[in-house]
Design a protein around this ligand. Structure first.
Ligand code: BDR
Ligand code: CA
Length: 314
């Protein structure tokens, strides 16, 4: 089993990642830390607590609330067009009585890493602010994660906020730089692979037909929440009838790297304000020298990835 912490700006695809992790038998979810991005951190925290309640996992999954904004820049506010007014596509699920921990997300990451050196896989599917803050609190934790897998950035595919930058990098480049400059064992699941890993209505209909009765509310939530996401991808002329599984793919790859082809490049982050702000600059020259080695997912077996996700709910 993979002992995992997920750090999320709990929007629609973050919710899918969390729901997968809760149901995947190979994953022991040790906690969820929340951050701003798709929605503000208060809403992301509330969404996370509600999702845990929806699954009723039978054991406690602690939630630690994290950063409300970037290290040095301003938070631009919820991305309503993509994730709806409440971050989860305006789906309504019951409120949870569970409270977030008294400690911050950064403090939680520090204590978990120190208490379990080499054991914890951290999957970050939002801005990297919480890990950056944790590394500032205690730089020694960099070597204590088993691995850190992020959904963010791109190598060859176009960006989704600017021509070269993806939302999780664009939203806090300085935090990404702290993480990229640290020694955390880093794997990047970026747009190169997430845009190719797509969920369709057929997949949802498969769940309608085959998911067991105890997952009825879960499947209903997927329908309610994904409607907004499908609409966004259709209206913005990306895809007619499907949506990318950005955040779930990071969790899937964290436990099953055979889903992707990985290449190692030296990389650094552009923290400027020009056209390449928030870009991951990969040094793919033969004698690369810029930045440090990072693993990038360049190709994906999308059918197998989607199948792996759906199987957790069947
Ligand atoms: C990333 O940005 C957020 O909108 C998604 O949840 C995902 O983490 C995709 O660029
Ligand atoms: Ca996210």
């Amino acid at each position: 089993t993979h002992r995992m912490i997920i750090d999320a700006d709990t929007g629609i695809d973050d919710a899918l990642a969390i729901l997968y992790a809760i149901y995947a038998k190979e994953i022991q979810l040790e906690g969820i830390t929340t951050t701003f991005g798709n929605t503000d951190v208060e809403q992301a925290t509330d969404n996370t607590l509600r999702l845990i309640k929806l699954c009723n996992p039978g054991y406690e999954i602690p939630v630690a609330k994290g950063a409300a904004g970037p290290l040095k820049r301003d938070y631009e506010g919820p991305v309503v067009a993509v994730h709806g007014h409440n971050g989860i596509g305006d789906a309504i699920i019951p409120k949870s009585e569970q409270q977030p921990l008294a400690m911050s997300a950064a403090e939680f990451l520090v204590s978990k890493a120190n208490e379990n050196p080499g054991e914890i896989t951290l999957v970050m599917v939002g801005r990297m602010t919480n890990l950056a803050l944790a590394l500032q609190l205690d730089p020694s934790i960099a070597g204590k994660f088993k691995k850190v897998v992020i959904m963010g950035g791109t190598v060859l595919a176009p960006g989704n906020v600017t021509p070269v930058s993806e939302a999780n990098l664009w939203g806090d480049p300085e935090a990404a730089a702290v993480v990229f400059e640290s020694d955390v064992p880093l794997t990047v699941v970026g747009l190169d692979v997430t845009m190719k890993t797509r969920l369709t209505y057929e997949h949802l209909h498969l769940l309608d037909r085959q998911a067991p009765a105890e997952h009825k509310q879960l499947v209903q939530f997927l329908h309610d929440s994904l409607r907004v996401y499908f609409n966004f991808y259709r209206e913005s002329n990306y895809f007619a009838e499907s949506c990318p599984l950005h955040d779930p793919l990071a969790v899937l790859v964290a436990i099953n790297p055979s889903l992707v082809q990985i290449q190692t490049f030296k990389a650094t982050i552009d923290c400027g304000n020009g056209a390449t702000a928030g870009m991951i600059v990969t040094d793919r020259r033969a004698r690369a020298s810029l930045g440090r080695d990072v693993q990038f997912c360049m190709e994906v077996d999308a059918d197998r990835a989607v199948g792996q996700m759906l199987s957790a709910w069947l």
